[in-house]
Design a protein around this ligand. Sequence first.
Ligand SMILES: [Cu+2]
Length: 145
Amino acid sequence: MSRTTTLLLTGVALLALAGCTPGEPAVAPNDQVAAEDRTEEGVPPGGEQPAAAVGTLIPFAASQQIEYTQVPTEPVPAGPATFSLTCEGLEHNVVLEELNDLLAVECDEAGEFTGEPIDLPAGTYTYYCSIPGHRSNMQGTMTVQ
Ligand SMILES: [Cu+2]
């Protein structure tokens, strides 16, 4: 998925969230959604999210070399988070050591990849690429608070 597409999808999701009127229930049953607001499948807008970021988006990037070219440099908020990884063609991933070596996101071709949402407790995490031979040059720490 291209970065532009992801940004567009994220924007659509944000617009859908912004469309909720304060004071109303956060989740509207489908039968309370006006017919013209339903999608073709009968799902209210925003009711079926694309595989886009949930919670805090934590972007990583890696190059054709054995290196990350983008990593988190500021502390990220604890709670739901989604890792993304933009690659140029060489296979890489982001694994979180403190979460039992959880695979946060991986790539096997050029493009931007989005991982499954993760609930991140506060703490300091060691991230690394688990592709054989990569970790020695692809490792760092990030703070979640
Ligand atoms: Cu790698």
